[in-house]
Design a protein around this ligand. Structure first.
Ligand code: SF4
Ligand code: SF4
Ligand code: FES
Length: 231
């Protein structure tokens, strides 16, 4: 299979370039990450992040033939050639396919991604009804791979001001958690022309999420909560 891969080492290169590779995928190595690891046997200077190989850690997110995804769960037989690999768009490149995630995680931490509850602690744990627990489905599964945020044009222009779809999905996850007591503060913090309202409902985020989540729906529900409409 033929590949064209973005290369850039700021310590060595004056500008980025695309490098061509060719590999024969083994029958028992059906995923894109398998092929990239074979390429690395030819050229160990190629930089990328990866860990779990199971679509769980979120570290091998990249732009695959123009669309963000996880290399480890992308079957090679779904890809047209040359398979073109680039780093996540809109994020600063550290080297080759490795991007700087600092701004992404700064936005994630800004939504206070933890339960806020100052009521006295129960003896064992804070319980939820099955119905309240169900409200977290489709939200807690996010692996913070950044595929959505990196595909969002609103985030490209305002990474320091717009929380972005991944952070907003998590904001909604805590807004609907029956154990949290900071709903009003959380809504107040997001009620801003940039932090939430920079979303233009372009839907790229939901389109590319490798876990099948829908950040755009979560964003819509936060807006409805702000206006007091039912969710
Ligand atoms: S919502 Fe989906 S695409 Fe976005 S960070 Fe979470 S898992 Fe990745
Ligand atoms: S729906 Fe909103 S958050 Fe999602 S890609 Fe579009 S502008 Fe970005
Ligand atoms: S290597 Fe962990 S999600 Fe792909």
């Amino acid at each position: 299979m033929k590949f064209s891969i973005f290369r850039y080492n700021p310590e060595r290169d004056t500008k980025p370039y695309m490098q061509k590779y060719e590999v024969d995928p083994a029958p028992d190595e059906p995923m894109l990450l398998d092929a990239i690891l074979r390429i690395r046997q030819q050229d160990d200077t190629l930089g990328l992040r990866k860990s779990c190989r199971e679509g769980v850690c979120g570290s091998d997110a990249m732009n695959i033939n123009g669309r963000n995804g996880l290399a480890c769960i992308t079957p090679l037989d779904t890809l047209s050639e040359p398979v073109t690999l680039r780093p996540l768009p809109g994020f600063p490149v550290i080297r080759d396919l490795i991007v700087d995630m600092s701004a992404f995680f700064k936005q994630y931490h800004s939504i206070r991604p933890y339960l806020v509850n100052t009521e006295p602690r129960p003896e064992k744990e804070r319980l939820q009804s099955p119905g309240d627990r169900e409200k977290l489905d489709g939200l807690y599964e996010c692996i913070l791979c950044a595929c959505c945020t990196s595909q969002c044009p609103s985030y490209w222009w305002n990474p320091d001001k717009f929380v972005g779809p991944a952070g907003l999905l998590q904001a909604y996850r805590f807004l609907v958690d029956s154990r949290d007591r900071a709903r009003a503060e959380r809504l107040d913090d997001l009620n801003d022309v940039y932090r939430l309202f920079r979303c233009r409902t372009i839907m790229n985020c939901t389109e590319v999420c490798p876990k099948g989540l829908a950040p755009s729906r979560a964003i819509e529900k936060i807006r409805l909560m702000m206006t007091g409409d039912s969710i």
